[in-house]
Ligand binder design. Sequence first.
Ligand code: NAD
Length: 499
Amino acid sequence: MEEIGHWINGKRVAGTSGRFSDVYNPATGEVQARVSLASPAEIDAAVADAAAAQLQWMKVNPQRRARVMMKFGALIERDMDKLAEALSKEHGKTIPDARGDVQRGLEVIEVCMGAPAFLKGEYTGDAGPGIDLYSMRQPLGVVAGITPFNFPAMIPLWKMGPALSSGNAMILKPSERTPTTALMLAELAQEAGLPDGVLQVINGDKEAVDTILDHETVQAVGFVGSTPIAQYIYGRAANNGKRAQCFGGAKNHMLIMPDADMDKAADALIGAGFGAAGERCMAISVAVPVGEEAANALIERLVPKIEKLKVGPYTGGDDVDYGPVITAAAKERILGLINSGVEQGASLVCDGRDFSLQGYEDGYFIGPSLFDNVTPEMDIYQQEVFGPVLSMVRAKTYEEALDLVIDNPYGNGTSIFTADGDTARDYAAKVNVGMVGINFPIPVPLSYYTFGGWKKSGFGDLNQYGPDAFRFYTKTKTVTARWFSGIKDGASLNFKALD
Ligand code: NAD
């Protein structure tokens, strides 16, 4: 059986802890590899080497570091198919979706090719007599990224790009369920010219994470995962004096106003609700039609579309719409939530519970499920399902729909479908959610903006990627300089390059 280790000091190494976690093929339920779970001693050694490597890397001028990003981006593009295949094999998502996963990460690397522009300081000449005031952004040192299973390429790249191009070294701890892609990315970063030790990919579980959180040398932690873990990591990292940005789970609502284009809204709900088996933090899991007419029009359109969805393995051909969920435990939890919805009185319009695929009976597949008449106190509404389940909560008015979203504890993404600009503007202004789509179902901002949820979807004050990420991964130093008069003698008259 394949054994997946770590990427330390520029090479793949086997783990030495003797502890492992199984890596499954979610389509078949078979164990396809086992991944080493790093011990505290392995992490200590990796951090010490990263700290030494960082001292050199921070001296490489920003433009040269950006050139490494340029090559890295080109290599990711070159290996797009290989990365997508490896990712699908562990995650289960379709190949086109896996390519999207890599692509949305690559786009952040593309912005990091311009990192020097984000790393510039400020300058005020003659702030006082002979006094100049300026600020500079300096890397933090060794920082950590801890990432979830559901975007094995995109989210590690969101972490690596800004951290490394700012001159930091990074300890990346990918999800133990989907560990391979991050190791492949580390290899590509090395091929692109990243010095050994600057990026250490360490596989592990809670023990590894806690060691990172308590490690004196680690200056900052960027986390993405479920809300309880995000909150835990934020607290422990902050308690240890580290910077932390921790992004958590979601319950994303889409409002459908009576004037919306119902065909487009239904298509959007299908894609955003069932794509990647609903395992996206920006998935739409709650549809909120305003008025009975809109609700009925949607149900009428959604049901035949849902019945046509093709669920299967990533190897099942181009017409597979989505794959299995990640683990047997995830499948069981999702089925339990569907059962709770039925017990608590929601109408299960499409029932995916008994879905089975010939030849893949042990895979973690769930058919698409649609609930109507869901109410806010039901478990199916209160919990993040993270599966192919769409819940419809009917609202009588726009205000009622808006309040539903405002009162929800999560605030990652939301969307409104309407033909009325005034309603759309009002919604975007009032809703307390970090990312808003207008006639756009999954509003993941492009890489030169930033990504972050509000409320229980995000802990910390700076977002991921874009300008915020460069602020997160650098410290500002402000210099007040006074030069007394009379020191111009001996100035050099030669015109020299600055580097
Ligand atoms: P998870 O919280 O189980 O795991 C995330 C990371 O934390 C992994 O690396 C894991 O090894 C580590 N971890 C797990 N339990 C831990 C513990 N007790 N102590 C310390 N570390 C621990 O999340 P997941 O199941 O991998 O990912 C799915 C979740 O991530 C969903 O809730 C989804 O909404 C969320 N997510 C959020 C965003 C976002 O940007 N807000 C993006 C993607 C996914």
